[in-house]
Design a binder for this molecule. Sequence first.
Ligand code: FAD
Length: 287
Amino acid sequence: MGPTKPELSFEVFPPSSPAGTIKLTQTLTQLKGITPSFVSVTCSNHQLDYEQNTIALAQTIRQDLRCPTMVHMPAAYVTKAQVRRILAQLETAHIDQVLALRGDLDGTAPESDFAHASDLARFIKQVNPHFRVTGACYPEVHPDSQNRVDDVRHLKTKVDAGCDQLITQLFYDNAQFYRFQEACALAGITVPILAGIMPITNRQQALHVVQNCAASLPPKFVAILDKYRTNPVALREAGLAYAVDQIVDLVTHDVAGVHLYTLNQAATAQHIYDNTASLFAPVAVDD
Ligand code: FAD
């Protein structure tokens, strides 16, 4: 066991429908009794959505949960002038954490001041060094990269540009994460790497993950999907148990932290918390 306990943090996304808002409200109400070390709020590619959704939601969480919040920021969709304005807005709202991303390129990206997430990380630190900047990373290699060596080399550039910590893309095979940690250590990347975990709770979500993420699926995981093909209740229970098992293994291997992709599902966050809380460092609530 390492000297300190890891941290547990959550990701939520701004809802895009009335039903989504109800689901998120339930999640936030439930999170009130949980106190994660921080909650991160995702962004879409559109600036209008960004200010009205991502920042507004991060402010609400900061105020209601009295919990540190982190906003995701898509480099490919913001200009330097916009970043300056957003950082000032965040400072006023007492939000001092940014996940500096490139953003997904879907063909709608305008002319940007930033080619890579590292350019945004560097710019944020230049504008205001007090911001805590996080970067994204990929235990199974980012799809745009030719190979792991290039990907980790670019990651080192991103950390050197100012990332204080990293959060991984979701993965289901812990062995992939441990190999990635080793590659990072060899490349001289020493900042904390938080493991991104997305519990599988229904078949549709599982198929979406399988189709859209390059995550390896261990035989035990595939067996759950096969066995409970027609039993959603059992699939959910087995998916949550799988995630808890993954987290226990990560913590026993001294992971720096676990970032839970909640998909705004209160029951998922609650289940994971109830079954792993004592593994994580207790969190002091902000005044
Ligand atoms: P980068 O770090 O810029 O890397 C992208 C690719 O470019 C990689 O292949 C990298 O190796 C390569 N690269 C980097 N630097 C260089 C260089 N100098 N020269 C050549 N190649 C280089 N997307 C959203 O739209 N909204 C979100 O809220 C969101 N949240 C996310 C949260 C997490 C934890 C993660 C892991 C991803 C998230 N994403 C989100 C997805 C992310 O935007 C995409 O994966 C995107 O394709 C890459 O973003 P990045 O920040 O990793 O980019």
